[in-house]
Design a protein around this ligand. Sequence first.
Ligand code: ATP
Ligand code: PRP
Ligand code: MG
Length: 330
Amino acid sequence: MSASDATAMPLILAVPSKGRLQENASAFFGRAGLKLAQGAGARDYRGKLLGVPDVEVRYLSASEIAAQLASGAAHLGVTGEDLIRETLPDVRGQVELLTPLGFGNATVVVAVPQAWIDVRDMSDLDEVAAGMRTRHGRRLRVATKYVNLTRRFFAEKGVADYRIVESLGATEGAPAAGSAEIVVDITTTGATLSANALKVLDDGIILRSEANLVASLKAPWGEGQRAALRTVLGRIAAEERARTTREVRAALPESGTIDLATIAGLHEAELPYGAPKGPEGEIVLRCREAAVFDLAGALVEAGARAVTVRRVDYAFAAENPLAERLLARL
Ligand SMILES: Nc1ncnc2c1ncn2[C@@H]1O[C@H](COP(=O)(O)OP(=O)(O)OP(=O)(O)O)[C@@H](O)[C@H]1O
Ligand SMILES: O=P(O)(O)OC[C@H]1O[C@H](OP(=O)(O)OP(=O)(O)O)[C@H](O)[C@@H]1O
Ligand SMILES: [Mg+2]
């Protein structure tokens, strides 16, 4: 498709249609003022973003989202980093991980039966695997749906005597069922592993994953899609900036001066509306949430008469760092 054909096409935004990422994903877009409007009902897998033209929403499973970002069938999507790293042969060349989203946290781990008391880490596992091979002529079986992550991790750890048994669900049941000796799977609370009498190896953490906002480098990025991208990412950045910072307002002293530049520098605060024009008046700073009390204290100490701190809903700025980072790579 040529760039001019792509101009008339919408930006395709892929969001999880089910599972544990779905609710969190729509809440995330909602906070950023991006309301997802699903078509006729829960079974209509297309929708729109209210008030943002040139965007088509597609509801897909989390693993399908990874595949569509890889191929360029979707421009933007929300999915787990585990699925991105498992599905894409060249993560850097195919997508840009724009920002982690703080939900969908899960860890991909190597787990073995608790009964294997002498097996604590990957080098112990290597011995078991080598032993099985030489003594019984069998290879250690690893049940997983994370075939690529498993191969890469085992190679890094120098474990070679194993074979993968592909699992499509209920992976943790494989050892008890006799279809594999160990598993590589995702865990969050650990409940499923314990229920199946499995334990994670000490150095068996393959990846700590969470849901990410991901952009495709392979999708056709025409002018209309780039404009829609700026709108969507501008709102997401404004919400994030607002959520992670606080606005600190201070009444400057009637007499004497405050060395605002030094105080701001010390607490990594910005002056989003600029420095005060005269010695008196009101000044607005913005700082990280964790720096609020130190900054407020420093202002009072320096003679500020009233200091108030508030949360803001959105903090838009001329810069659009998420969009700029992506556009620089297209
Ligand atoms: N406890 C968890 N177990 C599995 N995945 C989780 C967990 N917590 C977060 N996730 C994330 O959610 C992604 C999708 O998992 P989810 O279970 O929603 O869908 P799925 O496994 O692809 O589909 P389904 O379970 O319906 O077959 C995972 O790849 C992972 O990134
Ligand atoms: O550590 P825990 O909190 O117990 O969570 C981990 C379990 O959750 C997921 O299964 P899911 O319910 O998604 O079923 P699936 O295997 O069919 O995807 C995952 O595959 C683990 O089995
Ligand atoms: Mg699942």
